[in-house]
Structure formats: C-alpha cells, structure tokens
Design a protein around this ligand. Structure first.
Ligand code: DGP
Length: 114
C-alpha cells in the first residue's frame, strides 16, 4: 500500500534490519528498541491491524506466530522468554497502521501490562 511505512520496508524501498523472511512474512529489528531484543513481525500483505483478520488470514496468522517463535530462537531468547504484543487502535497506541507483532525479550520484564 502506498505511503505505508512497513509496506515500503517489505518492498525494500526503506532499509530494514531483517532477521527472518519467508513468502508471507518479514521480521526486522524495531528502530526504537524497548528491550535488548525488539523485533517486528509483519505480513508482506497489507492489513491495518488485528481487526482486519478474517478467516482468509488464518494461515497467514499461523505463519506470523511461527515466525515470532523462529525469531525468538534466532535471537537466543526462546529459553529465557519473551513477550509478543500487537497494538490495535488508539487506546493501544498503534502508530503504524500495518499489522505487526512486537517480539520483546532479553531482560526480565515487569508483571504489569501484562
Ligand atoms: P506500534 O506503536 O505498535 O504501532 O509500533 C510501531 C513500531 O514501529 C515502533 O515500535 C517503532 C517502529 N518503527 C517506526 N518506524 C520504523 C522504521 O522506519 N523502521 C523500523 N525498523 N521500525 C520502525
């Protein structure tokens, strides 16, 4: 989608620090990391966010979640643990309107949120 930041990263128009890629999914490091390991998992197909997921996206959702666990292994946080977050809408402070999951790890997290 034109003017979508993550579509531009998927298309290679903006550089991304890619960790994992397959035919449906791209994973790259967040530009403003909030944890020692902070990676974004995005579908190559443009979807605004979680609210856009229909039955037709079931396989894509499986691929996104599998990519998250693959990224956890690649970054060495699968054993210590990690958090998977997707912000949806204004109350969640979603700032990029292309579906994405944050993989956060590499440090002990608080039991708040969540
Ligand atoms: P969210 O607030 O959940 O919509 O998260 C959007 C994330 O995207 C935020 O953590 C910062 C990250 N981000 C914004 N612009 C860029 C960029 O140009 N490159 C990368 N790698 N990450 C970006």
């Amino acid at each position: 989608m034109e003017n979508c930041l993550f579509c531009m990263i998927v298309a290679g128009k903006i550089p991304g620090d890619t960790l994992y890629e397959d035919e449906r999914v791209l994973a790259f490091r967040d530009i403003s990391p909030q944890a020692p390991q902070h990676v974004l998992i995005v579908p190559k197909k443009h979807l605004e966010g979680l609210n856009d997921l229909g039955q037709a996206e079931d396989a894509l959702l499986g691929a996104l979640l599998r990519a998250a666990s693959q990224v956890a292994r690649l970054t060495g946080i699968d054993g210590s643990g990690y958090r998977l977050v997707s912000n949806c809408g204004p109350h969640a402070c979603q700032s990029v309107h292309h579906l994405h999951f944050h993989v956060l790890g590499g440090q002990q997290m608080s039991g708040q949120m969540v």
